[in-house]
Design a protein around this ligand. Structure first.
Ligand code: SF4
Length: 427
């Protein structure tokens, strides 16, 4: 078992870890001693760290982007998004200069889109106030949109190598089990953060924070999985491991409270096609999928899917008559169409999409409009004053034109088959 050869006092100087890999650069004899477990953790990390793209050059920008992407999202999922995002926006300045819509489009598929909006707003703030260079100041970090104590601690420690705790569910579970502290209470959380900060070996904050994260991801797993104490470098010191009878008090940091299942919301969505184009609209700037684009639709309440779809058609009539007229100049070509004149068909497709707190049960309806020259000739993205809220876009390149969330992928696929002349399944 790794870590069994600890100093008998349980406390080691940083430079007492054996071998060149264990040496702590910059440590001085007068610096406070780190707990032996902290040094054992560092040694383990040197042999087990995963090569992740944000670890190669941990600038404040890279750490901020990766930490926001990693919230609620698995590492494997994040890697390609991170790499693509960095190719397009290599630093705060590039991100700040982009449009919100482009940032959302590159984020499409990662979910939790408020993170993308916060990141973009943070970049604009960093450029406007600090010339694109984020200072190592906790107060400044906490003033950025989307940055809380955990992310501030991660940036301070990983990017600036400052001794700061980054306590989220993952690190709270590891340290909570190790030190028998319950981080689910405010007091326990504070004590845990203090103990972690005090344990950082001098000059090694960057690796220490990542090591704690890595141990939580690879070894000290959350329920319902069991921690793999047999291959844990902290087993010699871990109170969870040593005192099974005390787990009820320390387990709180490791256990997830059972969450209620997502609320089920039936939803009717409408594909309106005209030639090779389909109608999409921007969602409101607040709430679920704020600012993203969608096929027109509506939640279905007690009066059933068909009635709801008809309400959607009514929305469509309003969109056709009013929304498009100002932006694309095609309203005069189809503004006469009201919901009564749309020949609504379906449902053609049924699928479910689950968000963190709700689950859409989607029925897809469709309608084909007679050719309208204004729609067929438009490039789709030209507009009048202000950003458009309703657009006719080619079904084949929706994803490259607007941020269309993953929740609408099945609808986009159906829309493509509809305009390409395929028989609408189930329609
Ligand atoms: S010994 Fe077990 S419970 Fe303790 S930190 Fe390691 S994996 Fe987690």
């Amino acid at each position: 078992m790794i870590g069994k050869s600890a100093h008998p006092t349980g406390v080691l100087r940083a430079n007492q870890v054996g071998g060149a890999e264990g040496a702590v650069p910059g440590s001085r004899p007068d610096e406070p001693a780190s707990p032996a477990w902290a040094l054992a953790l560092l040694s383990w990390f040197e042999g087990h760290r995963r090569d992740l793209p944000w670890r190669r050059d941990p600038t404040p920008y890279h750490v901020l982007v990766s930490e926001l992407m990693l919230q609620q999202t698995r590492v494997d999922t994040v890697v390609p998004y991170y790499e693509r995002f960095l190719r397009r926006f290599p630093d705060f300045a590039h991100l700040a200069a982009a449009s919100e819509e482009e940032v959302l489009r590159l984020w499409t598929g990662l979910g939790y889109y408020s993170r993308a909006r916060h990141l973009w707003q943070a970049a604009r703030q960093v450029v406007a106030r600090y010339g694109g260079n984020l200072p190592p100041d906790r107060g400044v970090l906490l003033s950025l949109p989307g940055v809380g104590p955990y992310t501030a601690g991660a940036i301070l420690s990983i990017a600036f190598n400052r001794p700061a705790a980054a306590v989220d569910g993952n690190t709270a579970r590891v340290a909570g089990r190790l030190l028998a502290l319950d981080a689910t209470t405010a007091r326990g959380h504070r004590e845990l953060a203090d103990r972690i900060e005090a344990a950082v070996p001098p000059g090694r904050a960057r690796d220490f924070t990542q090591a704690l994260m890595e141990l939580g991801a690879l070894v000290c797993l959350p329920p319902p999985q069991a921690p793999d104490c047999g291959r844990c470098p902290l087993a010699a010191w871990c109170l969870w491991c040593k005192s099974p009878q005390d787990r009820s008090s320390t387990g709180a940091a490791g256990a997830r409270q059972p969450k209620p299942g997502p609320r089920v919301v039936p939803r009717a969505v409408l594909v309106v096609a005209c030639g090779n184009r389909v109608l999409v609209r921007r969602r409101p700037s607040r709430g679920l999928l704020a600012g993203m684009w969608e096929f027109p639709g509506t939640d279905v309440r007690e009066d059933g899917p068909r009635a709801a779809a008809l309400r959607t058609a009514l929305d469509l009539g309003i969109a056709l008559g009013l929304g498009i007229a100002g932006g694309l100049g095609v309203g005069q070509n189809c503004g006469h169409l009201g919901s009564a004149e749309v020949d609504l068909q379906g449902p053609a497709v049924h699928y479910a999409h689950t968000f963190s707190h709700l689950r859409w049960e989607v029925d897809v309806y469709w309608a084909k409009l007679p050719p309208a020259p204004g729609i067929l000739e438009s490039t789709g993205m030209e507009g009048g004053a202000g950003p458009p809220t309703v657009l006719w876009l080619r079904a084949a390149d929706l994803a490259s034109q607007v941020p269309l969330p993953a929740a609408f992928r099945p609808v986009a696929a159906f829309a493509r088959s509809l305009v390409e002349g395929g028989a609408p399944p189930g329609g």
